[in-house]
Design a protein around this ligand. Sequence first.
Ligand code: PEP
Ligand code: MG
Length: 872
Amino acid sequence: TQYVFDFASGDATQTDLLGGKGANLAEMTRLGLPVPPGFTITTDACRHYLAEGAVPGALADQVRDHTAALEKAMGRRFGDTADPLLVSVRSGAKVSMPGMMDTVLNVGLNDETVRGFAAVYGDESFAADTYRRLLAMFGQTVLGVDGSLFSRALDEAKKKQGVTADSELTAAVLSELVETYKDIILEETGSPFPQDPHEQLRQATEAVFRSWNGERARVYRKRENIPDDLGTAVNIVAMVFGNRSADSGTGVAFTRDPSTGEQGVWGDYLADAQGEDVVAGIRNTEPLAALEGHDAESYRELLSYMELLEKHYRDVCDIEFTIEEGKLWMLQTRIGKRTPAAAFRVACDLVDEGLITIDEALGRVSGEQLTQLMFPAFDRSNAPAPLAKGVAAAPGAAVGKAVFDPHRAAELAESGEKVVLVRDETNPDDLPGMIAAEGVLTARGGKTSHAAVVARGLGKTCVCGADSLEIGPDSARAADGTVVNEGDVVSLDGGTGEIWTGSIPVTDSPVAQYFEGKLGASSDPLVTAVDRLVRHADESARMEVWANADTGSDARRARRFGARGIGLCRTEHMFLGDRREMVERLILAEPSDREPILDELGRLQESDFAEIFEAMDGLPVVVRLLDPPLHEFLPSLVDVSVKEAVSPSAENADLLRAVRRLHEHNPMLGLRGVRLGIILEGLYSMQVRSIARAAEALRAKGLDPKPEIMVPLVSEASELDVARRAAEKVLEGFDVDVPIGTMVETPRAALTAGRVARFADFFSFGTNDLTQMTWGFSRDDAEGSFFGDYLDLGIFEYSPFAVLDEAGVGALVETAVKTGREANPDLHLGICGEHGGDPQSIAFFDKAGLDYVSCSPYRVPVARLARGQSAV
Ligand code: PEP
Ligand code: MG
């Protein structure tokens, strides 16, 4: 097996084998861009190492051969005491995991080669500093030495020499530090730092492999749903030095603003610095445009590569580069991570620039992103002056208690508190705290600092580089003397960088306001882009989107958001609150006493229905007949028993007897749905009558109501037959045409759908109950009980109540669609369980051939987008 590939031999398609970084370095090499020579050790080798605890036997020879080729290309030899080759050893998985894995720079230096290196560069302090950095990085990441031992030694050296910046240290002090660092390694590990460059390379490579299973990498993968078995590639790259001189430097560039999507030169530059300094946020950077002042030629060259890469990849690219004494080197490129707002704008702009088609643009955005764009933003009309302003690094409106420690943040969030993580700067160990927090605030670092990159990826609000704040380990102090302690509420605007103490009220997002009809499509570029892509999704789609709504106001919102019907009006929701007691009376009453209660309920229902039919005038409204698990409507057995014991009376004794009679151990599998409708005579007829009356009344006013009647929880065709005949009997008295259908929400209904369909004008899949009954776990309890463990153990990839279980529940849906349609070719098919608003499940329902999905009103725009995406 070939485990090592030269940059000159690969291309961008090989991310599985070479990782994202390696494949893109190969692609840039192929395009003729100035990439330092190097090679990639494959993910195969990593997987082998992780499985066997040792690298493949063939690897060592292959690495030697490629190192020899690299030596030839560079005209320098590894371990040459006169003019040594130095390399960086960089991780690079298939999916980018910024800052989550290890990197070692300057590999190849030792006590001998450092002298040759100093001679070649004519700079002893630079050489000693480079060696010092190797020792610290190697010690920490490869040998597991506590990094603070090195930084403490560095601080002491600076104090001793009386300087504050690393760059002011003299060659003599740096050489002393090299000795101190070597002593630290010897003391901490019991072995000296390996002097053999090939041995350094071997150990660094294995350390990068191991970092795939480091804690922060595992946490990140879980959060991002990245499979654990991909492994990382390792890139061995000839070193170039951005910390060489004033006409050297390093930077990160985006071809468009990853925060808003706006076009322009966007990035950070740090003169006279080594690559990792920018991402680590150690020193505050300059905007990329400042590079023009330092080195106009390199700046122009960089801009031309940025344009070339964006055209080549047909997407936003994110680039790392280094300039060594006026010579530009490209160290990395990848498709840039971006905020949801930027995703929509960039997708549309690329269409206008002729780089992608509108269908492709639709594939560049996600339902998840649209959901985020509908979140509220700050209402600043009465907001006080902000406490401070930092860099707007990831948008959103975060309000929460300030917490200064990532573990504490995770702890408080776990207990239900909303927290904002406040740190001087963040590092990868802060990840659990960042995941738990509403937002992240730092005093140091630019838009490409670790905090910013990670927050954008997580969809968290982030303000970074708020350097007027002094952030300590347990409090922060603002320029005006205000002190923020743990637990004090702060508000962060990730779109403007503003920070307030106290909580600022939030308002609807422009995107939500647009869907509400309160903002026009041309009100701002983001809204225009959302409008354009959602409309394109509508035009491309096969399925319709309907909504679940039980009130007039929900129905009106659903319609504004683009729903083409109501797929589920749950009538039991109309009986909660103060009407609950009426249903209780009805259920407990003797048959002879039911009539007046039913009449009263009937009148209330009629006006409920009229309001919804009117809101949806001209569009179908599927009214589901009552489906109350009895325990939701009956007083509890315990309460009634206590009542009777405390104040015995004939009335209380009757109540207790009735409640005992109806008490169920397993109400979800009890007398509910059509079973109750059949047993409790008069109930469904009352509802059908109210539907028909409401429709007739609206027709008389010149409207066009389109009610449909849905029978819940049918398992057996004859249940539907009985319920249908009863409903038709009531409808005979009215001049309305009302389709009658059923929910398919028990496995038996799905398995016998061919027979059920003979009595149904439509099916609507109730995937909540269908999931509950197919798996045999309670929808009310399971998620709070063992689901967390199942997700951790990998038994579930997602909660099956959130994302449809295609293999099990999905198979039942497919069976019912097929046999249902065979029996009744006109059968209309929809889904109204929670899965109707989930993009991944929507794609499945589209494939399964349903006519519509029905979801909660706020999910309607997301569903419109998702069903369009699944159709193109
Ligand atoms: C379902 O079971 O999926 C459904 C839509 O009905 P409910 O959630 O009201 O039980
Ligand atoms: Mg149900």
